[in-house]
Design a protein around this ligand. Structure first.
Ligand code: COA
Length: 455
């Protein structure tokens, strides 16, 4: 075995280029052209390939080192059977220089905001590199150029040639992978993580193959061309809620089951209760009764108090009920914990307290966590029905609209009854239509005859 010093080859005159990834360690066996380290200049990302097969004896750089042509990178014990050839120029990955793409370059850009990507943070924040692929003169290795056209609606993906090769070997479309490296760079671990997610069924597989959403980019329109406009930045809550709603809407097959509950008796009882001298000390709301009724119905139909986890349905033996609260900054869903152990008055007190804190922006993270089922009530505002979006990883949400007094046939005559519209959205992967209809029918029965709730 001969010791072979692997030095930085001609990298187009760049000086003091940063090492952003060290891909080998002492003892690793490498083949010719295996990537040893990844460099990044302000123009390009490139792998330095091994000029020979052998075993890594020493690594002389680390992440953050600065190198130029001639810098020693690795000492290799070259295998005798595989004579070293002159070090190949590095393989570029991402360039900002405006050279045209080689014809065979596979596209590696993605829509700017792919709604169904697994939730990660880094990729979305990666500043796009507005450039076509690298100069053909540098593209000597097997790697394709890394950056495709970066039009205004596309994001350019950062990944070293070795990561691209790795992704190609596994058949992974890099535009589906969120990068966790600096500036959203896609690392080998990100590709591995993505494959794991796909295998476990938790990743949304993307466009093109029929398995995902092959969506057009979001339209970019200069609205000022059509009239006066005002741009208002979204609040933090709205941005977070929006991202969650979009994911839930896209990833969950929603169906909404509509029902009406006769709440004539319940409302007359509630009015009486609230009007009593020395009454409950808090306004007992319809929502508080709805929480109680939902708990009773969930006990009867536990599949709706559950979450999907891979191939299992996790049935929750606790009853933490979230309710949508409208705040000046957007929608939040605080949670009433252990609603099964609380009376309606206590629930009403907690709802009022949580709603007040929500409006003041004073909810703690714990107030928003652990929900097992949610209720969204628009009854105080109006409307006859709506289709609420499931608050994942829950599997169902109850929408409540405004009561109205209507003539209802009681078998002998029409009688004026106070009817409450209910809209149950459910995850059809978990809940069948028949189960949803049984749930809402049972819920309506409980609301029509509140005594049943305590049974
Ligand atoms: N039908 C008719 N009237 C209703 C009703 C219903 N289903 N639900 C409530 N009301 C009435 C109440 O009787 C009350 O009237 P009053 O002031 O004359 O007594 C009024 O509406 C307000 O109701 P209240 O019980 O005080 O509040 P609430 O429980 O309806 O609402 C929140 C509390 C937190 C849910 C509410 O403030 C809120 O934020 N709602 C919006 C939720 C939302 O945005 N959902 C959509 C998510 S996509």
């Amino acid at each position: 075995m001969a010791a072979l010093e692997v030095r930085i080859p001609n990298i187009g005159g760049f000086q003091d280029v940063g090492v952003i990834d060290v891909l080998v360690k002492p003892g690793d066996a490498v083949k010719v052209d295996d990537p040893l380290v990844t460099l990044e200049s302000d123009k390009a990302t490139m792998d330095v390939p091994s000029p020979a097969a052998g075993t890594v004896r020493e690594v002389r750089v680390q992440v953050g080192s600065r190198v130029s042509e001639g810098s020693l990178v690795v000492i290799l014990e070259a295998a005798e059977a595989a004579p070293a050839r002159a070090a190949a120029p590095p393989q570029p990955a991402a360039s900002r220089s405006p050279a045209p793409a080689p014809p065979a370059a596979p596209p590696v850009t993605a829509p700017a905001a792919p709604a169904a990507l697994p939730p990660t943070g880094a990729a979305a924040q990666a500043p796009p590199l507005a450039s076509p692929p690298s100069p053909a003169s540098l593209a000597t290795g097997a790697s394709p150029p890394a950056a495709g056209k970066a039009g205004p609606d596309r994001r350019v993906l950062h990944a070293s040639p070795s990561v691209r090769r790795f992704a190609r070997e596994l058949g992974v479309d890099l535009s589906q992978v969120a990068g966790s490296g600096p500036r959203g760079r896609i690392l080998r671990e990100d590709v591995q993580g993505f494959v794991k997610q796909v295998m476990s069924g938790t990743a949304a597989v993307g466009a093109g193959g029929g398995a995902g959403l092959d969506l057009l980019p979001w339209p970019r329109i200069d609205f000022a061309r059509f009239g006066p406009v005002e741009a208002r930045p979204l609040s933090r809550i709205r941005k977070i809620a929006g991202a969650n709603l979009a994911r839930n809407w896209v990833m969950i097959p929603h169906v909404t089951q509509f029902e009406e509950a006769d709440v004539t008796e319940l409302e007359s009882f509630r009015t009486r209760l609230n009007g009593e001298n020395g009454g409950p000390g808090v306004k007992v709301t319809l929502l508080a009764f709805l929480v109680k009724a939902c708990v009773a119905a969930l006990k009867r139909f536990p599949e709706l108090n559950a979450s999907l986890d891979g191939d299992s349905l996790v049935l929750k033996r606790y009853f933490h009920i979230g309710f949508a609260a409208d705040t000046p900054n957007g929608l939040v869903v605080p949670v009433v914990r252990e609603a099964d152990r609380k009376g309606v008055v206590e629930i009403a007190r907690e709802l009022a307290e949580l709603a007040a804190r929500a409006r003041e922006g004073k909810l703690a993270a714990a107030d928003l966590q652990g929900g097992s089922f949610s209720i969204s009530s628009l009854g105080g505002i109006g409307g006859t029905a709506f289709t609420p979006i499931i608050n994942a990883p829950e599997v169902a949400i109850l929408g409540v609209s405004r009561t109205s007094t209507r003539p209802v046939w009681d078998g002998g005559q029409f009688a004026p009854r106070l009817m409450l519209p209910l809209s149950l959205s459910y995850d059809h992967r978990v809940v069948d239509g028949a189960l949803a209809a049984r749930f809402t029918t049972h819920l309506a029965r409980l609301l029509a005859d509140p005594w049943r709730m305590v049974l």
